[in-house]
Design a protein around this ligand. Structure first.
Ligand code: NAD
Ligand code: UFG
Length: 334
C-alpha cells in the first residue's frame, strides 16, 4: 500500500514509518521539520535498508499536498502533523489552531481533490478531559481543558462530519495514551528540541546528568503513592497499532474512534524507579507543586482495540525505559 505520513519525521511518525516499511509498504513522509530534523531519514534507512520519499512542506500548502497525493498514488494517509505541547498551547492558542485545525482542513481538501479517502488521525486521551470514571473507554464524555486538547476535539468533529457527508470516507481517530520508549536500535526516539515537558524524556536527561533533578508534580493525588498515574505505551506497540488500524479501516467505512493504551497505570515514582533500574543511574527528584491542568489518574480501557483490531500492547515498562535510555546514550555519543 502507498501511505503518506504527515508529520512522518516526528517521534511517532518515524517509528510508524519503520514498521510500515518493514512490512513491505511504500511510505511517503510529508513534514515541514518544525519539530524534527532531516537526519531522521538516514536513520530510517539504516534500520530498514530503504529510504522513503520525503517532501519537506507544510500541510497548509494544500496544492503541494494534493500534488504529492496524486504523484505518489497515495491510498491512505496517517495524520501525525501537529503541535503538541499543552503548556505552550495556552500561551499560543492561535498558532495551535492555525497549525492543527487549519492544517487538517487543508489535508481534507487535498484528500478530497486527490480522491484519497482513508485517514488515520493521531488523537489523544486528552479529549476525555477530567476522567469521570476509569478505565477510560471510547464512550467516555469528551471535554478539553486546554487549546491543544480543544484542537484535537475540533479535528475529531470535522473528521466525523466529513465521514458522515460521504459514505466513501473511512476515518479512524486513534486516541493515544502516553507514548514512551524508542526503537530497539537506539537510532530513533523522542528528541524534544527544548527542555522536555514529558516525564520520560525529562528523566532520561536527569539520568545523564544534563538536568539536575526531576520535579515530581504533586504527591497528594488520590493515587496509591500520591503521584500522578498514567498509561505509558511503548512507541513500537503504538506503531503496530497504526498498521493494524490501517488494514482494519479497509473493511470498515465510516467514522471510528479507538484507544491505544495498555490498560495499566504507573505512578511517577514507579516510573522513576523503573528508569533508574533500566539505566543503572540515579534519577534524583524532589516533590514540587501540582502542575496546572494535570489529572490524578488516566488509563485506557484497551478492549475495543483488542476486539476490533486483534491488537494489544506487548512491551512492558522495563522495555520502554531500556529503549529510551539506549536512545539517550546514543544521542550523547552521536
Ligand atoms: P512530533 O512533534 O515529534 O511530530 C510531529 C511532526 O509534525 C514533526 O516532525 C513536525 O515537524 C511536523 N509538523 C508539525 N506541524 C506541521 C505542519 N503544519 N506541516 C507539516 N509538518 C508539521 O510529535 P509526536 O509525538 O510524534 O506526535 C505526533 C502526533 O501524535 C501529534 O499530532 C500529537 O498531537 C499526537 N499525540 C502525541 C502524543 C505524545 O505524547 N507524543 C500523545 C497523544 C497524541
Ligand atoms: N510529570 C512530572 N514531572 C515532569 C513531567 C511530568 O511529575 O517533569 C508527571 C505529570 O504530572 C504526570 C506524568 O508525569 O503525572 C506524565 O506527564 P507527561 O507530561 O509525560 O504526560 P501527560 O499525561 O501530561 O500528557 C501526555 C501528552 C499529551 C497527551 C496525553 C495523553 O503530553 O499530549 O499524554 O494522555 F494528550
Amino acid at each position: 500500500m502507498n501511505v503518506l505520513l504527515t508529520g512522518g519525521m516526528g517521534y511517532i511518525g518515524s517509528h510508524v514509518a519503520v514498521t510500515l516499511l518493514q512490512a513491505g509498504h511504500r511510505v511517503i513522509l510529508y513534514d515541514n521539520l518544525r519539530n524534527s530534523e532531516a537526519g531522521i531519514l538516514a536513520r530510517i534507512a539504516k534500520i530498514t535498508g530503504q529510504t522513503p520519499v520525503f517532501i519537506q512542506a507544510d500541510i497548509r500548502a494544500t496544492k503541494t499536498l494534493t500534488d504529492t497525493l496524486q504523484q505518489h498514488t497515495v491510498e491512505a494517509v496517517l495524520h501525525f502533523a501537529g503541535l503538541k505541547a499543552v503548556g505552550e498551547s495556552a500561551q499560543k492558542p492561535v498558532e495551535y489552531y492555525a497549525n492543527n485545525v487549519e492544517g487538517t482542513i487543508s489535508l481534507m481538501q487535498a484528500m478530497q481533490e486527490a480522491e484519497v479517502r482513508s485517514l488515520v488521525f493521531s488523537s489523544s486521551a486528552t479529549v476525555y478531559g477530567e476522567p469521570r470514571y476509569l478505565p477510560l473507554d471510547e464512550a467516555h464524555p469528551l471535554a478539553a481543558t486546554n487549546p491543544y486538547g480543544r484542537s484535537k476535539l475540533h479535528i475529531e468533529e470535522m473528521l466525523r462530519d466529513l465521514s458522515i457527508s460521504d459514505p466513501l470516507w473511512r476515518v479512524i481517530s486513534l486516541r493515544y495514551f502516553n507514548p514512551a520508549g524508542a526503537h530497539e536500535s537506539g537510532l530513533l526516539g523522542e528528541k524534544p528540541v527544548a527542555v522536555p515537558n514529558n516525564l520520560m524524556p525529562y528523566m532520561a536527561r536527569v539520568a545523564t546528568g544534563e538536568l539536575k533533578e526531576l520535579s515530581v508534580f504533586g504527591n497528594d493525588y488520590p493515587t496509591p503513592d500520591g503521584t500522578g498515574v498514567r498509561d505509558y505505551i511503548h512507541v513500537m506497540d503504538l506503531a503496530e497499532g497504526h498498521m493494524a488500524a490501517l488494514f482494519w479501516l479497509a473493511e470498515h467505512p465510516g467514522w471510528h474512534t479507538l484507544n491505544l493504551g495498555t490498560g495499566q497505570g504507573y505512578s511517577v515514582l514507579e516510573m522513576v524507579a523503573a528508569f533508574a533500574k533500566a539505566s543503572g543511574r540515579a534519577v534524583p527528584y524532589r516533590i514540587a507543586p501540582r502542575r496546572k491542568g494535570d489529572v490524578a489518574a488516566c488509563y485506557a480501557d484497551p478492549e475495543k482495540a483488542r476486539r476490533e483490531l486483534g491488537w494489544q500492547a506487548r512491551r512492558d515498562l522495563a522495555e520502554m525505559c531500556a529503549s529510551a535510555w539506549k536512545f539517550q546514550k546514543q544521542l550523547q555519543t552521536g
